[in-house]
Design a protein around this ligand. Structure first.
Ligand code: 6PG
Length: 509
């Protein structure tokens, strides 16, 4: 039971992320009141952490938690995304949460739920949604935080969020690497910034995860191609990724890939663990949401969607084992130069990555119109430079691109990225062609290249497609020699029939 109202912030939900976030906040000198549905979990947590700089207060009920936190109260909710968030919000409201108090939902909630909750609870409190990325280590020592909600409410949260977020070195643009318990990183640019109203923070976190999916898939394809074309063992591949991590591809995901590949199987020191991990990928849904949102808004985020489908295909393990017995592929042996291929895969990976990020930012651009947000893309790329799963040197280049041109239509058109694509595309095409020749599935490399080629084509075959639509369904077509929006129809096949000008949709005719 809390004895006095002294906590700077409250936190509900002491699973791994909740515990680590609470300790991170306390490390920065803030006093944190914590509550968990199972009281023993809370007691164990308090007992295990007696001496944090800010102090922890254990609360046995939601009412105790509200009594312990200074007003306006800030209550972080870290429970499973979905119905549990509403249950906790109702409990807080029932226990006396006040209109100026903030609920901060830090789970991977769907942004449409956050939009709804902000509206539904607006009479009782201020509902805030904050994306949190970086897994448990990030939560403990510095995550990337993507807060969205009422701009006035943000001012109350800002000092804590800026203190606990990962920090970037202003000189190099690189993340300042992790702290030790009780000794947090204090200097540097915090990896958090106000994203926008209602569900904007959770939307941007979802895009982060969509990019995470494609980033991971591309790295996995690079591994798969080098492994199969060059017959390299995991411990021969590990130093290649470690070397890449010193250059343009420098990123957390490349770094952990180098680590994973050198890991021996704890059960058998002669083999590598990666060879014992079953090749079926699971997913919790944020990549799927990103892809569905892309389809809903008509944005060609094909590489992101391909990364989700690649996981779905991987999950069909039994079917694939069976199909492998029946469906033949080509016979192919790579006979070229080893280092040349490694360099080519590097460039294919970098070019594909540029396309993947271009798609993520294109989605956010479209969402601005759809949900009436105004994003600062340089800032979003900036807060992804540290703390989060997709943190990478590359994000500084994106920050630079949107600082140069905040209205940039597509990242591919930025001078730096254009140059990289021009430099790398010959290798990228070689790798995609080799994958096809060898019968090795590389859907993300291929799909990213198709996006690049489609986006840079002034002429696509949709003229024929639209004619087909008009032929079988009178769906009309526009003409290249008439103003945009003027619609025509032909009674096909029609050697002797006139073309009919159709009324524009919504016109009074
Ligand atoms: C992060 C991650 C995290 C996500 C996991 C698992 O930013 O810290 O995105 O939020 O939940 O990576 O996601 P999947 O189970 O969908 O792979």
């Amino acid at each position: 039971m809390a004895e006095q109202t002294q906590a700077d912030i409250g936190l509900i939900g002491l699973a791994v992320m909740g515990e680590n976030l609470a300790l991170n906040i306390a490390d920065h000198g803030f006093n944190v009141a914590v509550y968990n549905r199972t009281t023993q979990v809370m007691k164990n947590f308090i007992a295990a952490n007696p001496d944090t700089p800010g102090g922890l207060i254990g609360c046995e009920s939601v009412a105790d938690l509200l009594a312990a936190v200074k007003k306006p109260r800030k209550i972080i909710v870290l429970v499973k995304a979905g119905a549990a968030v509403d249950t906790v919000a109702q409990q807080l409201i029932g226990a006396g949460l006040e209109k100026d108090d903030l609920i901060i939902d830090c789970g991977n909630s769907q942004w449409t739920d956050t939009i709804r909750r902000e509206k539904d609870y607006s009479r009782q409190c201020r509902f805030f949604g904050s994306g949190v990325s970086g897994g448990e280590v990030g939560a403990r020592f510095g995550p990337s935080l993507m807060p969205g909600g009422d701009a006035q409410a943000w001012r109350h949260l800002e000092p804590i969020w800026k203190a606990i977020a990962a920090k970037v070195d202003p000189g190099t643009g690189k993340a300042i690497e992790t702290a030790k318990p009780g000794q947090p990183v204090k200097d540097g640019i915090p990896c958090t910034a106000y994203i926008g109203e209602n569900g904007a923070g959770h939307y941007v976190k979802m895009i982060h995860n969509g990019i995470e999916y494609i980033d991971m898939q591309l790295i996995s394809e690079a591994y798969f191609l080098m492994r199969n074309l060059l017959s390299l063992q995991p411990d021969e591949l590990s130093p290649i990724f470690a070397r890449w991590n010193q250059g343009d591809l420098d990123s957390y995901l490349i770094e952990i890939t180098a680590d994973i590949l050198k890991q021996r199987d704890p059960r058998d020191a002669d083999s590598f663990l990666v060879d014992r991990v079953l090749d079926t990928a699971q997913q919790k849904g944020t990549g799927k949401w990103t892809s569905i949102n892309a389809l809903d808004m008509g944005i060609p985020a094909n590489a992101i969607a391909e990364a989700v489908f690649a996981r779905c295909l991987s999950a069909l393990k039994d079917e694939r084992i069976e199909a492998a017995k029946h469906l033949a592929g080509p016979r192919y042996t790579y006979s070229g130069d080893r280092d040349e291929l490694i360099n080519a895969v590097h460039d294919a990976l970098y070019c594909s990555k540029i396309c993947a990020y271009a798609q993520g930012f294109q989605l956010m651009r479209a969402a601005e119109g759809e949900y009436h947000w105004k994003f600062d893309f340089a800032s979003i790329a900036g807060i992804w430079r540290g703390g989060c799963i997709i943190r990478a040197r590359f994000l500084q280049k994106i920050t630079d691109a949107y600082t140069r041109a905040p209205g940039l239509v597509n990242l591919l058109l930025d001078p730096y990225f254009k140059e990289q694509l021009h430099k790398g595309q010959s290798h990228w095409r070689t790798v995609v062609a080799l994958a096809a020749q060898a019968g090795l599935a590389a859907p993300a490399f291929m799909s990213a290249l198709a996006y690049y080629d489609g986006y840079r084509s002034a002429q696509l075959p949709a003229n024929l497609l639209q004619a087909q639509r008009d032929y079988f369904g009178a769906h009309t077509y526009e003409r290249t020699d008439e103003p945009r929006g003027a619609l025509f129809h032909l009674d096909w096949p029609a050697p002797d029939r006139p073309e009919i000008a159709m009324p524009a949709p919504g016109s009074a005719v």
